[in-house]
Design a protein around this ligand. Structure first.
Ligand code: ZN
Length: 442
């Protein structure tokens, strides 16, 4: 899959920049594979306006909101138009089936349709649209499917609303209990059960679904790459090796609210100061470890321009290649935070809100994918690690799981600037179809 970066560029956040004609997939190398992107393009165009913020151009497809419902309706329509059996499981994940999943050993592909605040168009939807397009390709090829084939849209993958990622897959896999999920609350104080209910789903049903996972023989998630490894190597498609261990930690710095004009600097207990120093410490700790550490979200009380804050709450997201390095980075950040908080007379509480250990994808399945794709193209497909969490990572504890990555020329993700060329997206569809075809023979 080593090819030049010569695909037709696509507009930021989507394929149809306003005021220009939509780009069409250019012919792919190997004439037999040309022109396979039309169905993909049509699906993509339908999905594109849903939940898009006119101001930022980014997506706000949060769990159990109107935009989420619209995405789900789109999924249902795709399933219906292909005569697939569509169902929603007890945790709100959507499934479309070709063949009876009760037969077991099913091959499942898919991803998620929700987004982070002002997210890009590709993170998640690329995997779902590619799944339907790959199924169309298999039908075009006349491949007899010997195993049930499922397409899934996992609910609330990004965790944008309730602060915990992969809620749908975590519940299904039993790594998040129903009790824990029921306590999740959004910024407006709406609990997950109330949000589900408002969207027309039954929150009493949520919980582990081992029977469903037992019927899956392989899960393959296709995803836009969230870094530049493929761009740098000149490959369109990659296979995931592992997901770095990662987690979220909440740092509560509590000081004393006071007047910004009349309180002498020496008399202040300003929690913003140790917070700021902790942000810098995160960078200092992460760099030599080859890790990442980010404070991307902050809440301030009372949040007034002319008030010294009483509380600064910051969330640390940190990821590293292995557990030891991650532990060292987070311990280093916490140590610095405690020292700086003490120096400013500020009280600090640190709480780990979520954690996902390293995920090594199933080696046998990974090798199988490499074999299938290698035999189709004669080129070795690169195998890469990733710092991003995915439903595939959650499922991998229960089901043989693999991931395919599609090149992202800028590496930008979780932003409206995230994109992939149409050619690369179509290459992803064909690679996924090759994989599904190959797996259906096993
Ligand atoms: Zn994603």
């Amino acid at each position: 899959m080593s090819e030049g970066n010569g695909g037709s560029p696509v507009g930021t956040g989507g394929w149809s920049p306003p005021s220009t004609a939509p780009t069409r997939p250019a012919a792919l190398p190997g004439g037999a594979r040309a022109g396979r992107g039309d169905g993909f393009h049509a699906m993509w165009s339908q999905l594109l306006p849903i939940g898009r913020d006119a101001g930022s151009g980014g997506y706000r497809r949060f769990a159990w909101t109107r935009a989420d419902s619209d995405c789900r309706a789109w999924f249902e329509e795709q399933a219906r138009s292909r005569r697939l059996a569509c169902e929603v499981d007890r945790n709100g994940n959507q499934w479309a089936w070709l063949g009876d999943p009760a037969r077991g050993n099913a091959v499942v592909t898919g991803s998620h349709l929700d987004s982070v605040p002002d997210g890009g168009a590709f993170d998640g939807p690329l995997g779902v649209v590619s799944a339907f397009a790959a199924l169309d390709e298999l039908r075009r090829r006349g491949v007899p499917l010997t195993r049930p084939l499922g397409i899934v849209n996992f609910g609330d993958e990004e965790g944008a609303r309730f602060g915990l990622a992969c809620v749908g897959s975590r519940l299904t896999a039993g790594v998040l209990t129903a009790g824990q999920a029921r306590r999740l609350t959004d910024a407006d104080g709406v609990t997950l059960p109330r949000a589900m209910e408002a969207a027309g789903y039954d929150p009493d049903a949520i919980g582990a679904d081992p029977g469903r996972l037992d019927r899956i023989g392989a899960f393959v998630e296709l995803h836009v790459e969230q870094g530049r490894a493929l761009d740098l190597s000149g490959d369109r498609i990659g296979i995931a090796s592992a997901i770095w261990p990662h987690g979220r930690w909440r740092f509560d710095f509590r000081g004393e609210a006071n007047h910004a004009g009349t309180t002498r600097l020496a008399d202040r207990r300003d929690p913003m100061l140790p917070y700021a120093e902790t942000v810098l410490a995160a960078r200092i700790e992460a760099e030599p470890a080859g890790a990442v550490a980010t404070f991307g979200k902050i809440a301030v009380e009372p949040n007034g321009v002319n008030a010294i804050p009483s509380l600064v709450r910051g969330w640390l997201d940190s990821r590293a290649a292995d557990q030891e390095r991650l532990d060292a980075v987070v311990a280093g950040v916490e140590q610095a935070a405690r020292a700086r908080a003490a120096a400013h007379g500020v009280h600090l509480d640190v709480e780990r809100e979520s954690f996902t250990p390293v995920v090594e994808f199933d080696h046998a399945l990974r090798d199988e994918l490499a074999g299938i794709l290698g035999s189709e193209t004669g080129i070795e497909v690169p195998v890469l690690g990733t710092g991003a969490g995915h439903d595939a990572g959650i499922l991998s504890g229960r089901v043989p799981t693999a991931m395919l990555f599609v090149r992202n020329p800028t590496g930008v993700s979780h932003s409206p600037a995230e994109y992939a060329t149409e050619d690369d997206c179509v290459a992803g569809v064909l690679a996924l179809a090759d994989v599904l075809e190959g797996l259906s023979r096993t």
